[in-house]
Design a protein around this ligand. Structure first.
Ligand code: NZQ
Ligand code: ZN
Length: 387
C-alpha cells in the first residue's frame, strides 16, 4: 500500500428531507450565490423549497442560472464576477456534477486576482475559495464530496480537470428522492461514470491494497445491481439511495488512497467531450470495454486482474484467460444491452476521425503513470476501435 493522507472534510446529510440542513449556511455569512443548471430544479420544485429555507434563515440569494452540461468557462467567469461585485460569502450548487464543478471554480475564482481559466489549467494557482455547499440531484460524478472540477473552453476544444483541497464542499445534501426525475439517459450515463471512477481506481499495479480492492468490488456490484432497477423503477428509493452513496464513494478517496495509479480512460473521454460535447458517462461507457481489451493485449500480465474482476464482480469461474474475456463481455452487455447506452462513437454523433491524432496526443499527456501507460498511437487505436 502506498503512503497516504486521508481527509474528507465534507459533512454529508443523507436521506429524505435533509435539505432542511441548508439553514447551516447561515453560519458562514449572509450572501449566497445559488448556482443551478438549465431548469430541472425549477420543474421539480426543489428551487422553491431551497429558496424558502434560505430566505427563512435570513440569507440573501444571488443567482447564477443556466450552467451547461460540460460547464463552460464563460459561465464560471459570470459567477466570479457576481461574487466579486455582490460581495458573496458562499456558493451553493443545486444540481448535477456540472453545476457543482462550476460552483467550485467560481468559489475559487472569487478569491483569485486573474482569469478563472488559469485555475483550470494550473491547480497550483488555487490557494483559497469561498465555502462551497451542494444539493446533489444526479448520482454520477462524486463532485459532492471530492476536490475536482472539470471545466470546458469549447472555443479551444479544451476540457480539463482541476483540483484543490479548498474546493472540497463543506457540506452536501444527498437526498435520493431528488434523483427520481433523472432521465433514463442520464441515469445510465451516471451509472457508467461511477463505474468508470471505480475501474480507474481498481485496476492498479499496486497489489498490496486489499481493503481498497474489496471495497471497489462492492461498489461495482452495487452499481450493477441497482442501475437497472433505477431505470425500470425511477422512484425506487432503495435503488437511488444505493447508487447515490456508491457514486460518492467511488471518487472521494476511499478506494484510491494508498492504491490507485493515474487515471487513463477519463483523459481519453475528456477529449471526446472537448471536441464533440458528448455526455461524459456515455463517452466513458463506449471507451471502457475497448480499453479493457487493449490493455490486456498490450500487457498480458493484466489478464489476472481482469479475471479477478470477473470472479469477484460477475461471479464467473474458469481459467484466467477465459474469465477475463468473459468479464469484458459482461461489462459490454451491461452497459449497452441492460443500460441501453449508445455502443460506439458514431451512435453519439461523432462521425469523423480527423481529430483523433490531436485528441490522442492531449489524452496521452494526461495518462502519465497510469495502470498500463498508453502512447498517442495506442489511444488512436482505442478511439478507432470505439468508432
Ligand atoms: O441543467 P439541468 O436542468 O439541471 O439538467 C441536467 C442536465 O441536463 C439534468 N439533471 C440533473 N439533475 C436532474 C436532471 N434532470 C432531471 N432531474 C434531475 N434531478 O441532467 C443533465 C446532466 O447534468 P450534469 O450535471 O451535466 O451531469 P453529471 O452529473 O453527469 O456531470 C457531468 C460533468 O461532470 C464532470 C464531467 O466531465 C461533466 O462535465 N465530471 C466531474 C467530476 C468531478 N467533479 O469529480 C468527475 C467526473 O469524472 C466528471 O469528469
Ligand atoms: Zn467521470
Amino acid at each position: 500500500m502506498y503512503d497516504f493522507t486521508f481527509c474528507i472534510p465534507t459533512k454529508i446529510h443523507f436521506g429524505k428531507g435533509q435539505i432542511s440542513h441548508l439553514t447551516e449556511l447561515a453560519g458562514y455569512g449572509k450572501k449566497v450565490l445559488l448556482v443551478y443548471g438549465g431548469g430541472s430544479i425549477k420543474r421539480s420544485g426543489l428551487y422553491d423549497t431551497a429558496m424558502k429555507i434560505l430566505q427563512d434563515a435570513g440569507l440573501a440569494v444571488t443567482e447564477l442560472a443556466g450552467v451547461e452540461p460540460n460547464p463552460r468557462i464563460e459561465t464560471v467567469r459570470r459567477g466570479v464576477e457576481l461574487c466579486k461585485t455582490e460581495g458573496i460569502d458562499m456558493v451553493l450548487a443545486i444540481g448535477g456534477g456540472s453545476t457543482i464543478d462550476c460552483s467550485k471554480v467560481v468559489a475559487a475564482g472569487a478569491k483569485y486576482d486573474g482569469d478563472a481559466w488559469d485555475l483550470v489549467i494550473d491547480p497550483s494557482k488555487i490557494t483559497a475559495a469561498l465555502p462551497i455547499f451542494s444539493v446533489l440531484t444526479l448520482s454520477a460524478t462524486g463532485s459532492e464530496m471530492d476536490a475536482f472540477a472539470v471545466i470546458s473552453d469549447m472555443t479551444k476544444n479544451e476540457k480539463w480537470g482541476t483540483a484543490s483541497p479548498c474546493m472540497i464542499p463543506t457540506m452536501s445534501v444527498l437526498d435520493p428522492e431528488y434523483t427520481y426525475t433523472v432521465s433514463p439517459k442520464q441515469t445510465s450515463a451516471g451509472t457508467a461514470d461511477m463505474m468508470s471512477h471505480t475501474f480507474e481506481n481498481y485496476f492498479t499495479k499496486e497489489k498490496g491494497s486489499e481493503v481498497q480492492r474489496y471495497m471497489a468490488e462492492g461498489l461495482l456490484r452495487t452499481m450493477i445491481k441497482y442501475g437497472p432497477v433505477a431505470l425500470e423503477h425511477p422512484d425506487s428509493y432503495e435503488a437511488r439511495a444505493n447508487l447515490m452513496w456508491a457514486g460518492t464513494h467511488a471518487i472521494n478517496g476511499l478506494i484510491s488512497s494508498g492504491s490507485a495509479n493515474a487515471w487513463c480512460v477519463h483523459p481519453m473521454e475528456h477529449e471526446l467531450s472537448a471536441f464533440y460535447d458528448i455526455t461524459h458517462g456515455e463517452g466513458l461507457a463506449i471507451l471502457t470495454p475497448v480499453w479493457m481489451e487493449f490493455v490486456m493485449k498490450k500487457d498480458p500480465s493484466t489478464v489476472a486482474d481482469f479475471a479477478a474482476y470477473g470472479r469477484n464482480v460477475w461471479n464467473l469461474s474458469g481459467d484466467d484467460a477465459a474469465v477475463a474475456k468473459e468479464a469484458v463481455a459482461c461489462t459490454r452487455s451491461f452497459l449497452f444491452d441492460t443500460m441501453h447506452i449508445p455502443a460506439n462513437l458514431r451512435a453519439v454523433g461523432i462521425n469523423e476521425d480527423k481529430n483523433f491524432g490531436i485528441m490522442a496526443e492531449k489524452a496521452a499527456a494526461g495518462c502519465v503513470g497510469c495502470y498500463v501507460p498508453l502512447t498517442k498511437e495506442d489511444i488512436v487505436e482505442i478511439f478507432k476501435a470505439a468508432f
